[in-house]
Design a protein around this ligand. Structure first.
Ligand code: FE2
Length: 168
């Protein structure tokens, strides 16, 4: 094995200007964000299937747009964890352990679904903001940018969900 090959065999020697400690810290902060995004993805999809009543069509369509976005987002977040040199979580139960968003267990009215989604998006914005600030302080501009874009999505989602219920 050449010296160069040896050097690239270890993640500790990744030479991007970000230290191993900072990369580890930021990657660790991404795991709860990934976990909450995944649980919210599942919850949003479940509501897409089960919503009934006068808000059916707007909610069925909005949840589809949201779970599509969330599915792409979890892939990006997990791949950022890998780019930072850490392994992504291996199972749904590993993600569940790190999530603050709770899975759905009962059938709800459309209004209750929206209220739950708004709470969950709000919860996620707080985790995202914390992780984005940590990434920024750690000079990890790529993660800070990714998380800022995720924040914009969730803040917009909150507006749209609230508007369906007629909330200003
Ligand atoms: Fe569908």
């Amino acid at each position: 094995m050449s010296e160069r090959t040896k050097r690239h065999a270890s993640i500790e020697t990744l030479d991007t200007g970000l230290g191993a400690r900072d990369r580890g810290k930021v990657a660790d902060a991404l795991v709860p964000v990934l976990a909450d995004s995944y649980i919210l993805l599942i919850k949003t999809h479940v509501y897409h299937w089960n919503v009934v009543g006068q808000h059916f069509l707007p909610l069925h369509e909005l949840t589809e747009a949201h779970y599509t976005n969330l599915f792409a987002a979890v892939d990006e977040i997990a791949e950022r964890i890998r780019s930072l040199g850490k392994r992504a979580p291996l199972s749904l139960s590993a993600l569940r352990d790190k999530a603050s968003v709770e899975e759905e267990t009962v059938n709800r009215t459309a209004e209750e679904m929206v209220a739950h989604l708004v709470d969950d998006h709000e919860q996620l914005t707080k985790r995202l903001r914390e992780a984005a600030l940590l990434a920024d302080e750690s000079d990890d501009l790529v993660t800070a940018d990714l998380l800022t874009q995720r924040l914009a999505f969730h803040e917009k989602a909150i507006w749209m969900l609230r508007a369906i219920l007629g909330k200003a």
